[in-house]
Each structure stands twice: as structure tokens, then as C-alpha cells.
Design a protein around this ligand. Sequence first.
Ligand SMILES: Nc1ncnc2c1ncn2[C@@H]1O[C@H](COP(=O)(O)OP(=O)(O)O)[C@@H](O)[C@H]1O
Ligand SMILES: [Mg+2]
Length: 224
Amino acid sequence: MSMLELRQVRKVYGDGDSQTAVLNGLDFKVEAGEFVAVLGPSGSGKSTFLSIAGALLAPTSGEVFIDGEALSGKSEKERADFRLRKIGFMFQSAQLLPFLKVKEQLLFSAKQANIQSAEGNRRANELLDQLHISHRSNVYPEKLSGGEKQRVAIARAWMNHPAILFADEPTASLDFERGKEVVRMLADAVRTEGKAAVMVTHDQRMLEWCTRVLRLENGILREA
Ligand SMILES: Nc1ncnc2c1ncn2[C@@H]1O[C@H](COP(=O)(O)OP(=O)(O)O)[C@@H](O)[C@H]1O
Ligand SMILES: [Mg+2]
């Protein structure tokens, strides 16, 4: 069973005379173990694509399946619950909560998904170790470097054992070396977790650890 499948997804913004089709009959499948990169220039629809694949945004038409489950027909609340259990996200900025220490960020995420505190604690320690960031467990985000923040964001995204992680330009705020390190750790986590990830980026230099590279062009995905 695929971790993610999009079938004939269309997304049209605007109405009346000012309609633009950003996604235009897009098909896409991701299997366990894959770390897929999606390239495309600014404005090509990468964030729209990820938001739809990640159940943050509904398509105009077409279907999305995550871990075999269809998103269509779910209410807003059901989609939110589904995201907490099945999907991890990370963005260009880590979007950490300024009033929580590093480990607390992870525990907060577990709590939102109703994961028992003992299990949350075990999982947080495991991920902090994996991301080589356990020595920063008790500091506030303002004390972290950009690369460290993104490593915490990766740990948080995997916290609830999601089927798939979506990363929207996760290296855009980092220098080249820190960016590459973050992508390598993402790739390592995909392998360790035995799950899948999709990263969108406009940076060609970040593809070294991806298992497949696609290009978003004219509203569909093609082999790069
Ligand atoms: N909520 C929205 N309403 C109207 N147009 C939008 C909205 N979000 C994005 N767009 C437009 O859709 C196109 C694709 O945007 P986006 O998915 O953000 O691309 P990318 O992430 O590749 O830069 C752009 O032309 C953008 O202006
Ligand atoms: Mg974008």
C-alpha cells in the first residue's frame, strides 16, 4: 500500500474571470522508504501541492489517499485529527513555540495527539538522540542556531510516528552546509522510521540524499 497517492488533483484559485489552475490533473504516488524531492521555481505551486497532499487544503477536484485512507469526505475536525496522527510537517522556518524548551516542543506535540506521557517521553528522547540534539533539550528556541531549530523541527515532525513527512523548503533559511546537514538528517530519519517524506525545494544542490526527484511544471509532476 502506498504511503501517499494523489489522483487527478486540480486546484483552482480565484473565481469568475480571475481563475488560475495551479494544479492541473496531477498524479503522484509515494511508497514506504522513499524520500522524494519536488523541484520548481517560485510560484509553480509547490506549497499548494504540499498543502493538499498533507490534508491542510482541499483540492478543487481529485483524490488524496494517505496510508490507504481517503481524505475526501472527512470533516475539518476529522482532517485535523488525521493530520496529528498520520502526517508530519516542517517549513522554511522551524515554527517552534517560543515559550517551550526543546524537549517540551516534542512533548507538546505528543500531548495534542493524546499519546501517553511515558511513551511521549521515551519517543522524545529517542528522536533528540537521533537528531544529535539531546544536549539542547532544556533550552529555549531563541538560543538555537538555524540548523539546530530545523533539527528540532524534524524531531517534532516524526514524534507521533506519521506515515509521511512533508517539508516545504526546509533549507531556505539556512546556509549551504547547514542546509545539506538538515536534508541528510531528514533522509536518515526516513530510513530509520521506515516511512516516507516529500520535500519541495527550489535548490538543486539539496538532492543528494533523495531517492527520487520530480519537477512541478504546468500543474503536474514530471521526472526531473
Ligand atoms: N490562497 C491563494 N489564493 C490565490 N492564489 C494563490 C493562493 N495561494 C497561492 N496562490 C497562487 O498560486 C500560485 C502557486 O503558489 P504556491 O503554491 O505558493 O507556489 P510555490 O510554493 O511554488 O512558490 C502562485 O501564483 C500564487 O500566487
Ligand atoms: Mg512555496
